[in-house]
Design a protein around this ligand. Structure first.
Ligand code: R5P
Length: 292
């Protein structure tokens, strides 16, 4: 594998533990001003220093992220439909690789809609994007999108969709967690990251994270379950304590409650490890200079 490609993947999936915490804030590309993401800058600023990378659109990046803050960018380059339109699967590539390079994107992300009316178009787009991006050493993350039925597909479908994306050359695949998730991971030759999906109680979202990692996912690309949480910073730190730390669900939930300043009625089964940062140290990142 080319050095540049390897280096960029290493900025998304930490080589220290082969895990990734991606913060998803690209929802507006088809949902418009999603709840708690109406003001992009206000939502992103306090969270960006706790993720490994930020999944975002070109417009949101330019308008709402301080270019002085070196968070790796996974740039969404597909779109063309909206939630009130006819068919979410009719996506095309909307951002050129040249513009992605200009924006210093670390990776490109696009959706494939396997089994949909427009599967051919989206799968061919993926193949072409991989060919073009590889010329510049840029990895492609394929999202196995399922349109309006988000999160309702089973392991049989998701295995097929992930495998199709990987066979087209996607370097990372993002999909949804499901029962028998090992089947999805084991039949996909590239790393899998899961989406968080719609907002669920914090403890359930932490369980989703834990179960997905246990089944072999390398990490999460989580949005609503972080920034729609009552305490987004506490939540991203709790998710991080599972992804990059050793916390189980109870320990991570205890950490979430502690950081939220909530009384802890359930005694922790294990004390949080105060010697260990809940965020992996990143010496390249300034501590607190993100525009707020
Ligand atoms: C869907 O394709 C969007 O691109 C989001 O990035 C993705 O769904 C992850 O966000 P959430 O955790 O809110 O589902």
């Amino acid at each position: 594998m080319d050095w540049g490609l390897k280096n960029r993947i290493a900025r998304i999936i930490s080589p220290a533990d082969n895990k990734a915490l991606m913060l998803a804030v690209d929802h507006g590309y088809f949902l418009g001003p999603t709840e708690k993401l109406e003001d992009l800058e206000k939502t992103i600023a306090p969270l960006a220093k706790y993720c490994d990378s930020l999944m975002i659109t070109r417009g949101a990046l330019r308008t709402s992220v301080n270019p002085d803050y070196p968070v790796p960018i996974v740039l969404r380059v597909s779109g063309g439909t909206s939630i009130i339109g006819e068919d979410l699967s009719q996506e095309d590539i909307t951002v050129s690789v040249k513009d992605a390079i200009r924006l210093n994107a670390t990776a490109l992300a696009m959706s494939v809609f396997v089994g949909s009316k427009y599967e051919y178009q989206t799968i061919v787009n993926l193949g072409k994007l991989v060919s073009e991006a590889e010329e510049y050493g840029i990895p492609v993350l394929a999202v196995t999108a399922v349109g309006k039925e988000i999160g309702t597909k089973d392991a049989r479908y998701l295995s097929l969709a992930c495998r199709v994306a990987a066979e087209q050359g996607a370097h990372i695949v993002k999909t949804y967690y499901c029962e028998n998730f090992e089947k999805v991971v084991n039949s996909c030759p590239v790393p899998i990251i899961i989406a968080g999906g719609k907002k669920i109680p914090e403890k359930d979202a932490l369980k989703l994270t834990y179960d997905a990692l246990k089944a072999g996912a390398v990490g999460v690309d989580m949005g609503r379950n972080i920034w729609q949480s009552e305490n987004p910073v506490a939540m991203i730190k709790a998710v991080n304590s599972i992804v990059h730390g050793t916390n189980n669900v109870e320990q991570a939930f205890t950490l979430y409650k502690q950081l939220s300043g909530k009384p802890n009625n359930n005694k922790p089964t294990q004390k949080p490890n105060n010697n260990k940062p809940t965020q992996k140290p990143n010496n390249n990142k300034p501590n607190n200079n993100f525009k707020n």
